[in-house]
Design a binder for this molecule. Structure first.
Ligand code: HEC
Length: 462
């Protein structure tokens, strides 16, 4: 048995419990976890790129990090973990706190990590199909958001198997989120729907600032993907936030296909949990629940996408197997319509035959700043209605699926024949403690050095 012992990330630990300083301790956290939105020209109203801007907003930063408001990551990570999770560890939160309490020292600026760069260019290279919304001017006002859907014909004359999807926001400052769905209806030309709280059809991807492209999992034996049917349209459901009035956008979605003869294991998207029969009386908090099952076969679950509208308060969803094991799927303690999307499990989750999936959620229809005159609200698709649905991506289980990683992490992935390589980081070299390059060796501590500047110390115990 090979066991991998990871003694990871020694670097961010330095300074913990001591006197943290900006250059060595704080900037590395902000650069990795905040700047994707908080850079000049990014979606967030505040840039956190410089020491001066961080210091002058220190109180607010301490507040939003200690309450868990920032970075925005709605799922409760004590309940379930996901791929691409962007959260702060307890150490990082207390490092920020200690730094502020100790007068926010700048430290030695020659030790600052390299400033990350943000563009809206593609990480995956030339796509097989690119669809773009017509140039659109946001109608969001200073106190209301703009939700609009564009259904765009693909022009495909045959079915294709999707290998990867990437959304390229036309304007990093206005595109708050984008949901991508395969439209069930055929259109000859682009159809625009305003006041669109969610796309109709098979939802396949959700983008928010800092999102990674979706590359369907692949291993030696399996290629996973989704079929994009001939003559279909693809819907982009756009969310432009308050204050973006008059700004222009022309977001694109890029599709990368498998070679036509690839045998894929097709991932299904389905609204397994949906309740369209509820009413939320004014001035009440109401709980809505629903279940699905028992399941008729073993399934491998890839992701979950919970959806409520503006009165949603919290939600929870889990499966119970026929032998009474509970499998946690998702829990959101503070539902925020602004931050929603697919949450991909770290590996496929096996839901055995005979399981029942349970979901419940609370809606707050009492008076508040955003709901000053509550009226009774019913389930429905419109902005003024509410929804209670959980969309899942899944497929029939095969032995070993639970070991297949969904996050692409450090594995370089061949998107298609065109040799496009995508990787979040690549291994540059392995060295001994003394700095000599070496091959992986058991029972010896070695340093794994990656191109993004991270270093891991590993011992492989044989
Ligand atoms: C995915 C994008 C995103 C990430 C990542 C992110 N923020 Fe934000 N942040 C926002 C947006 C957008 C706002 C504006 C308010 C809102 O929409 O919630 C905001 C607001 C703020 C505010 C102002 C709050 C106020 O009341 O005005 C602070 C401070 C802040 N963020 C700090 C951080 C810190 C620190 C991090 C990293 C630990 C971070 N944010 C990560 C998007 C992000």
């Amino acid at each position: 048995m090979k066991k991998l012992l990871l003694l990871v990330m020694i670097v961010p630990m330095i300074g913990f419990g001591q006197n943290p300083n900006y250059s060595e301790d704080i900037a590395p956290i902000l650069y990795r976890k905040c700047l994707q939105c908080h850079h000049n020209g990014g979606i967030a109203p505040l840039t956190l790129e410089t020491y001066a801007s961080v210091v002058s907003n220190a109180g607010m930063i301490q507040h939003v990090t200690s309450t868990g408001e920032m970075p925005p990551w709605p799922p409760d990570t004590l309940f379930q973990h996901y791929a691409y999770e962007n959260t702060l560890s307890m150490n990082e939160i207390s490092t920020i706190m200690d730094w502020i309490t100790n007068g926010s020292p700048i430290g030695d600026t020659s030790l600052l990590p390299p400033m990350p760069t943000f563009t809206n260019s593609s990480l995956l290279g030339t796509p097989d199909l690119e669809l773009q919304i017509p140039t659109y001017t946001s109608t969001a006002t200073s106190n209301s958001d703009d939700y609009v859907c564009f259904s765009i014909p693909t022009g495909l004359t045959q079915n294709r198997k999707i290998r990867a999807i990437e959304v390229i926001p036309g304007n990093l400052q206005t595109v708050h989120h984008v949901l991508v769905a395969i439209d069930l209806f055929f259109n000859n030309s682009i159809v625009t729907t305003s006041n669109c709280m969610g796309p109709q059809g098979n939802m396949i991807y959700g983008y928010a600032p800092g999102s990674s492209p979706l590359i369907y999992p692949i291993d030696i034996n399996n290629s996973f993907g989704v079929v994009l049917p001939a003559n279909s349209s693809v819907t982009l459901a756009m969310h432009y936030p308050e204050g973006s009035f008059g700004q222009l956008d022309s977001t694109k979605v890029k599709f990368y296909f498998y070679p036509q003869n690839t045998v894929i294991r097709e991932i299904t998207t389905d609204f397994l949990i949906q309740n369209f029969f509820f009413t939320l009386p004014a001035n009440h908090i109401t709980q809505v629940s629903e279940s699905f099952g028992p399941t008729i076969q073993d399934y491998s679950f890839m992701s979950v996408f919970p959806h409520m509208h503006l009165l949603g308060k919290d939600l929870e969803c889990f499966a119970v197997t026929s032998t009474n094991d509970t499998i946690n799927l998702i829990k959101i303690n503070n539902w925020d319509f602004e931050w929603q999307g697919f949450y991909f499990f770290q590996k496929f989750i096996k839901i055995p035959v005979g399981s029942i999936i349970y979901a419940k959620g609370n809606y707050d229809n009492t008076a508040s700043a955003s709901n000053p005159n509550p009226v009774s609200v019913s389930a429905g698709l419109n902005t003024e209605d509410e929804m209670f649905i959980f969309i899942f991506q899944f497929l029939p289980y095969q032995l070993g699926d639970e070991n297949i990683s969904i996050e692409n992490g450090s594995i370089s992935t061949n998107i298609h024949e065109a040799t496009t390589i995508y990787s979040l980081r690549e291994l540059l070299k392995i060295t001994t403690i003394l700095g000599q390059s070496t091959k992986p060796k058991p029972n010896t501590p070695l340093f794994y050095i990656y191109d993004d500047g991270t270093v891991e110390k590993r011992i492989i115990i044989d």
